[in-house]
Design a protein around this ligand. Structure first.
Ligand code: FES
Ligand code: FE2
Length: 450
């Protein structure tokens, strides 16, 4: 295999809304009705881990199945959109598309955070269409180097210049005096149900999720507490336009079997694939542990004893010993996905766009105190570089996997016990298709803790 260069991978992943989502040369794999795909997922999800097999390929390629996922996994659940440190001041906002909904996340005059539709209640104009609404047009000032982010005193629809308050209320509209019964306060931007939990801003698009974010992720709270994410700062955000299904990424993110392959020079020397393990199955999240090799631990301890740091930033104060010398992976259903490291949180914002496409934001968060170090910029650059290096390895395999899934030569594969998270994701899909959650109508799969 010829190595793919960084610039080739980057070129393939650069945001490019014009790129068709699928070349559609031929029908491989053949279309299957959603009910058949779900029946097959249900069947394999009930196999014990030693008998586990991969999903049917249509789960990664079918438009109809993707629409099922949007309706049954995403629109009716909590989706993390940003971290509060991305919009710290009144009027700070960011724009994004979530399952086709153009949204603004904004900090209001009262200091709270709203998620608003960008669709104007007058004649449906997107009030900040990409490349238009925020970069010098209207009254918003763009934030340098942060696409879609800016600051504004209010929002201006560029079509007929209706203006809106930061909370979405209609502030002014010219020439509407003759519209009978027109009440200005009835014509604001639509708001979506929003909650901030541990510093992350979540939206629920259909407004009907029966749990708060805190209730849904209660079993994560203690795990997360030492990092105190509400007080962290997001210091890196890289956008990627990925040509693969969201589950290709989720599976890749959560299983560490591939350290031995794709990351043989980057992560494997630090955290060996065969040492990684997955906790007992939970209803709302998957948690994996990636302990460092004994030799690496010894090196770290030696460096620390000699007064030298070893990571890019000082370790998070008060981390339990085990967390100091391992990485922790979390996938909180449906899409809240991150890595605990000794000095940071690495959060991946995954926004599925099509069966073979997703928008990805890879980020790094560190405690505020780390951003105040005199050589912060150099450290930030080092952390960003290291993150990009192993991320590119993942992007390369994920792109190739998606191509493989849509070929006539594709075969359903068997799973290693190290791929327990891949099987847990299947069990999550199966449980959601039964209208429940993992462990609620089946016994929980046991932990692999050594
Ligand atoms: S569509 Fe927005 S002001 Fe007319
Ligand atoms: Fe990876």
């Amino acid at each position: 295999m010829n190595p793919v260069t960084e610039s080739e991978v980057r070129a393939a992943c650069l945001p490019n809304p014009a790129r068709p989502s699928r070349p559609a040369l031929r029908q491989a794999p053949p279309e299957l009705p959603v009910s058949d795909i779900l029946a097959e997922i249900g069947r394999i999800a009930d196999l014990p881990l030693p008998q586990a097999t991969t999903l049917p390929p249509q789960a990664y390629t079918s438009e109809e199945f993707f629409r099922w996922e949007i309706a049954n996994l995403f629109e009716n659940d909590w989706i993390a959109l940003c971290h509060v440190s991305q919009i710290p001041n009144t009027g700070d906002f960011l724009n994004l598309e979530v399952f086709g909904e153009p949204l603004i996340v904004v900090r209001t005059k009262e200091g709270d955070i709203r998620v608003l539709s960008r669709v104007c209640p007058h004649r449906a104009m997107d009030i900040m269409p990409p490349g238009f609404g925020y970069d010098g047009h209207g009254m918003a000032t763009p934030h340098e180097g942060k696409p879609g982010c800016g600051n504004t005193r209010f929002f201006l629809c560029p079509y007929h210049f209706w203006t809106f308050e930061l909370d979405g209320g209609l502030k002014a509209c010219a020439e509407m005096g003759e519209a009978e019964g027109f009440q200005r306060d009835e014509w604001g931007l639509r708001g979506f149900r929003t909650e901030v939990w541990n510093g992350f801003v979540f939206v629920n698009l259909d407004g009907g999720v029966p749990r708060t974010v805190a209730e849904q992720y209660a079993s994560l709270a203690a795990d997360m507490a030492p990092w105190n994410p509400a007080e962290m700062e997001l210091i890196v955000a890289n956008e990627w336009d990925c040509s693969f299904n969201w589950k290709v990424l989720a599976e890749n993110f959560m299983e560490s079997y591939h350290h031995a392959g794709a990351h043989s020079k980057t992560l494997q020397p630090m955290m060996r694939a065969r040492d990684t393990w997955t906790e007992e199955e939970k209803p709302f999240h998957i948690r994996c542990h990636l302990p460092m090799r004994e030799t690496v631990r010894a090196e770290i301890q030696e460096k620390e004893n000699s007064g030298d740091g070893w990571d890019n930033f000082p370790p998070i104060p008060g981390l339990p010993e085990e967390e100091r010398f391992s990485w922790g992976l979390v996938m909180a259903y449906p899409l809240f996905t991150f890595v605990y490291t000794a000095d940071s949180l690495i959060w991946y914002r995954i926004l599925p766009v099509a069966p073979d496409r997703l928008q990805l934001l890879t980020t790094i968060l560190v405690p505020k105190s780390s951003t105040e170090l005199p050589d912060f910029e150099a450290r930030r650059e080092r952390a960003n570089r290291a993150g990009i290096d192993f991320h590119l390895e993942d992007m390369e395999v994920c792109m190739a996997v998606q191509r493989g899934l849509a070929t006539a030569g594709y075969q359903r594969g068997r799973l290693s016990h190290l791929e327990m998270p891949v099987w847990l994701i299947q069990r999550y899909l199966a449980a959601r298709s039964r209208g429940t959650w993992p462990t609620m109508d089946r016994p929980a799969a046991p932990s692999q803790q050594p």
